[in-house]
Structures are given as C-alpha cells and as structure tokens.
Ligand binder design. Structure first.
Ligand code: ZN
Length: 285
C-alpha cells in the first residue's frame, strides 16, 4: 500500500516469483503513480488498485498493454514484458497514461475524446514534471502525437467518433489539444492551472465509478476555475470535424514546427516562462 496526501494505492504484482523483481515492479509503478499526484500532493482518487502482470509478447514495447477498469472499485492493469528492464519501464509512457485517467470520471463514448485526450496530454508533461523525461522531449512527444492526429483521415464530429476504427489518433490527440488549450488559458489568464483545477475536482466531486456526461464534467471544471472556458470550448471541439489548429497554443508556448521537429523560441520571456511552468513540478508535498 502506498499513501500520498491521505489517498492510497494498492500495488499488486501477480504471478512474479522473484522477490527482487516484484520490488522493482512495485517501485516502478509507484514512481509512475507519483508523477500523477495533484498539486496538493494527493492521488486523484481516495483509493485505487494497480495490478501488474508479466507477459511474453512480441510487441517491442516494455508495457504492451494497460487499461483502467471501473467496476467494483477503480483498478489499473498493466501488462509488462517479462524481460523488460527497469530502465525500459521508466522510459515508457503507458503507466503514467493509465494513472492520468484516474483524474476524471467515466465520460462515456461521447466523452471518449476528453478522457483519452486528458491521459494523452498528461502522459508526457507529467513525466517531465516528475523528472522522468527532459522537458523538450515531452514537447516533442506531444507534438508527434498531434502530427499523428492531423494525419488521421477519420471524418465526422469528434464526439461521434468514440471507438470508430481508424479514428483513434484523432480522438486521442484532438482531445489532447483541447486540454493543452485549457491549461494554457488557465495559466495565462486566470491565475490557475489544469492540475490545480483537477485537484479541486478530485476534492469536491470525483467519483471514479460514476458516469458523468462530458458537458457536466466541463461545467464542474468551469465552476471550480471560475471560468466558462471548459464548457464553451467543449461545445466547439465536440462538433469539430477536422483536427483543431494548434497555432494559438504553439504561439503562446514559443514553439515552432520545423519539418519533422520543433524549435523552441528563447527571446520571448512570457513564452519561455509558460513552457517552463508547464514542465516544472507543481506538487507542494
Ligand atoms: Zn487511455
């Protein structure tokens, strides 16, 4: 059992015999979970279970599969290659992605883009905040995700895509673009941040087993932030049938795209500060 800010995480390593490897896997999971702590120092949910299982897989990824279940309680399942090293596991995004899902309630198929977008947005930035990834790598990985979303040929309004075949990249990364836009607006114009607003939501409202309509989730976040931003842009994004423009977000961050990489503008202090704030630790505990 691992505790953080009055919340607890039960880490269960199943079917692994070697005690040293069990400890290694538990430490890896704990480090990934700590990366998703909210600014007040707590995990999003009061309690959650993590199940780690080893598998033999031809998938080159050290964590070929992860998922979050919301049945009796909330649990995260992580399937780890039996030959994965600690170094490979620490460099992988899957665990942080799954733990990032614990900050939102179940949002249904219409809200899948919000749920997957939040986890995808956070899987790189939270790792940078925890020191698991250099900040510029986090931005490059986020941008690589956006490029995969832009390359998707899936058509139709974002909220109607759900689990449609061929639409995964657009659902995940258009969703991530929404959360990037929200986080930037909160930091620039409202003196707060997405992690702080999610922290407020975790304290007042989060029920990991509840099904909350995406509009209601957006309204609650607005109430906590004192804005109308989440609901207003939720409406725009839900009906969007093309990938959202990143121009305003990238301009604010001082990020420019080059052919297949990024350039980080250094002579705009506001942009540099914003960029640094978004990859710096904001946990007070
Ligand atoms: Zn996910």
């Amino acid at each position: 059992m691992r505790h953080a800010g009055g919340t607890r995480l039960l880490i269960d390593v199943i079917g692994v015999q070697d005690p040293a490897r069990v400890t290694m896997l538990q430490n890896w999971v704990e480090e990934a979970a700590r990366a998703t702590r909210l600014p007040s120092g707590r995990y999003p949910l009061e309690s959650a279970t993590v199940e780690v299982r080893e598998i033999a897989s031809r998938d080159p990824s050290p964590v070929p599969w992860g998922q979050t279940n919301r049945r009796d309680g909330v649990s995260v399942q992580l399937y780890v290659r039996s030959d994965a090293t600690l170094e490979q596991l620490r460099a992988d995004w899957t665990a942080v992605h799954e733990f990032a899902h614990l900050a939102h309630p179940y949002l249904g198929e219409r809200g899948r883009w919000m749920a997957e977008g939040l986890a995808s947005y956070h899987q790189n930035l939270l790792r940078a905040r925890a020191g698991l990834l250099p900040p510029e790598d986090a931005w490059r990985r986020l941008d690589a995700g956006f490029r995969r979303g832009e390359a998707s040929r899936a058509t139709g309004a974002l909220a109607t895509l759900g689990r449609r075949r061929g639409a995964t990249m657009r659902v995940y990364w258009a969703g991530a673009a929404y959360w990037l836009e929200m986080d930037l607006a909160l930091r620039r114009d409202h003196g707060t941040s997405l992690p702080k607003v999610l922290d407020g939501y975790a304290r007042c409202c989060l029920d990991g087993l509840a099904h909350v309509e995406p509009e209601a989730f957006a309204r609650e976040l607005d109430r906590i932030a004192g804005t109308d931003l989440f609901a207003r842009r939720h409406r725009d994004y839900a009906s969007m049938d093309a990938f959202p423009s990143l121009d305003a977000s990238y301009r604010a961050l001082g990020i420019e795209r080059e052919r297949d990489g990024l350039r980080f503008v250094q002579d705009d202090p506001r942009a540099v500060d914003l960029r640094h704030a978004m990859t710096a630790s904001d946990t007070t505990e």
